[in-house]
Design a protein around this ligand. Structure first.
Ligand code: IPM
Ligand code: MG
Length: 380
């Protein structure tokens, strides 16, 4: 919706109908089930607010290995690059674990992130009051609230350095190279500061500068940038201490900015303390072009095909796509509100069930339907 000036003092609000082409990667394991629910929710949002979404299926991960012999063939990647936004379920599974490194499902995801140049991965970890009982932390800790965002560098560092396994003096060895340039650190650092500016203006830069050169450079660049963002309070924390502080007192954090691997590890920890990894969405964006939106959990092959997975992380990722990719904050708000209302009514997928008598266990598809029904009935 935008506002048009008609007369000097009369504003008229007009709906803007948007057509968007969404590349959809269902992926492996529970991926197809959770993505299906998110697409149904998107369809409902489109119908309610007068947009039109078209979906282009993309094969990636194990599904693409089975079909094409590659975790992300170039033709599939191209569909993503030409889209307005990419929605992803999850990739990977035991079935493909023994394949050589280059054709593992995860390689498809890393190639996608690199080729889309989505260097900034935002992972919000927020405790839903309705689910506080599912947090493994003591109530005295969760009562203080958890509402933080991890801004993770996504296209550099050890994930993208040279990987090598060889034999030397009759002994097998392996090495992974970690490298960061000042420019790579600066561009993610700026997003960290800008994210903090829109929130509570506290940025914690996490590194291991007591040991690693990449971390020393990281810290140096962050402090250089701090001069340009005087409204943001910058602090530094070593990654091992951060892992500890996240369980001791997560309420101290507003925005955390960190490199690729530290962000991978800390975001799993941050999600778990909020109750369930199944609830957390993420957005990966670059300086231009489509963004990539995915829940942070994996493909959970052990529960695949049983209709018991939690679709909320994917539904909320779709909401992030609407908000940050398509500038549809009204529609994103409506989806997030519908999720919250469904939780208020006591509906829970298996992963977020507690022993409260008001909890009502539902399947993945029932959860999707409840969100859609609520979205519809909430519409003014
Ligand atoms: C994540 C995942 C991926 C990562 C894997 C699947 C390659 O754990 O998105 O956090 O390590 O980035
Ligand atoms: Mg991870």
């Amino acid at each position: 919706m935008y506002t048009t000036l008609i007369n000097d003092d009369i504003y008229h609000e007009r709906d803007v109908i948007m057509n968007k082409n969404i590349a959809v990667i269902r992926g492996d394991g529970i991926g197809p089930e959770i993505v299906n629910q998110a697409l149904l929710v998107l369809n409902e949002a489109a119908a309610l607010y007068g947009h039109s979404f078209t979906y282009t299926d993309v094969d990636m991960g194990g599904a693409a290995i089975d079909k094409w012999g590659s975790p992300l063939p170039d033709a599939e990647l191209q569909k993503c690059l030409e889209s307005d936004g990419v929605l992803l379920g999850a990739v990977g599974g035991e079935k493909w674990n023994k394949l050589p490194g280059e054709i593992r499902p995860e390689k498809g995801l890393l190639k996608l992130r690199a080729k889309m140049n989505v260097f900034c991965n935002s992972r919000p970890a927020k405790i839903w009051p309705q689910l506080a009982a599912s947090s493994p932390l003591k109530p005295s800790v969760t009562q203080k609230g958890i509402d933080l965002i991890i801004v993770r560098e996504l296209t550099g560092g050890i994930y993208f350095g040279e990987h090598k396994t060889d034999i030397e003096s009759g002994e097998k060895y392996a090495e992974d190279n970690m490298r960061y340039t000042e420019k790579e650190i600066e561009r993610i650092g700026r997003i960290g500061f800008e994210t903090a500016q829109k929130r509570n203006k506290r940025l914690c830069s996490v590194e291991k500068s007591n040991v690693l050169d990449t971390s020393k450079l990281w810290k140096e660049v962050m402090h250089r940038l701090a001069a340009e963002y005087s409204d943001v309070e910058l602090s530094d924390m070593l990654v091992d201490n951060c892992a500890m502080q996240l369980v001791k007192d997560p309420s101290q954090f507003d925005v955390i900015v960190t490199e690729n691997m530290f962000g991978d590890i800390l975001s799993d920890e941050a999600s778990m303390i909020t109750g369930s990894i199944g609830m957390i969405p993420s957005s990966s964006t670059g300086s231009s072009g489509p963004g990539l939106y995915e829940p942070i959990h994996g493909s959970a092959p052990d529960i695949a095909g049983k209709d018991i997975a939690n679709p909320i992380g994917t539904v909320l990722s779709a909401a992030m796509m609407l908000r940050y990719g398509f500038d549809m904050s009204r529609e994103a708000d409506a989806i997030e509100k519908a999720v919250s209302d469904v939780l208020d009514m006591g509906y829970r997928t298996a992963d977020i069930m507690s022993d409260k008598p008001t909890d009502k266990k539902v399947s993945c598809s029932e959860m999707g339907q409840l969100i859609i029904k609520t979205l519809r009935s909430n519409k003014p």
